[in-house]
Design a binder for this molecule. Structure first.
Ligand SMILES: [Zn+2]
Length: 171
């Protein structure tokens, strides 16, 4: 997030390997996902970054498609629940391992404007969440800066894996 008034969001373009991305290829978009600076095309998922920065107040949003977060997103429930780990305290505002973290799972859709509206409503209904999953797709998490967003990503990836592997202990 570069500025809120006017709304200016720095975002990666679509179709370019993130590892080969040059800083001059980054785009600046407004609240309607219109490019105000840059020559490339923004990802359609820009529509999902916008409600997150608007509803949560976060300045940085990270979106990843890892094996563990995609597996977690396949849980046949409207949310993935994590509890019982000290590492939960790596999520901002969580002060005890007795916390139960809920990560809403939204049904994936190629109708991105519709998905954007569902995401916005989810964040209004559950303002305490630190992340959302898209089913069969991946994770969105965020933070007040890149350090907090990165920490949330690393903590959640760890917890997705541990929670999933831990299910085998009960068998
Ligand atoms: Zn994606």
């Amino acid at each position: 997030m570069l500025s809120r008034d006017p709304f200016r969001l720095l975002i990666t373009p679509t179709g370019i390997d993130k590892g080969k991305l040059h800083v001059h290829q980054l785009l600046i978009v407004d609240q309607n996902a219109e490019v105000v600076q840059g020559n490339l095309r923004p990802s359609a998922e820009t529509w999902l970054h916008i409600p997150i920065v608007e509803e949560t107040g976060a300045d940085v949003v990270l979106h990843t498609h890892s094996s563990w977060n995609t597996l977690a997103s396949l849980t046949p429930a409207p949310a993935f629940q994590i509890s019982g780990f000290e590492m939960l305290k790596g999520l901002s505002g969580v002060t005890t391992h007795e916390h139960r973290e809920t990560i809403p799972i939204l049904e994936n859709s190629q109708d991105i404007p519709a998905l954007s509206r569902v995401l916005r409503q989810t964040l209004r209904d559950q303002p305490e969440v630190h992340a959302v999953l898209l089913r069969g797709h991946g994770l969105y998490t965020w933070g007040c800066d890149i350090f907090e967003a990165q920490r949330h990503l690393e903590v959640l990836e760890f917890l997705f894996e541990l929670t999933w592997r831990g299910r085998n202990l009960e068998a």
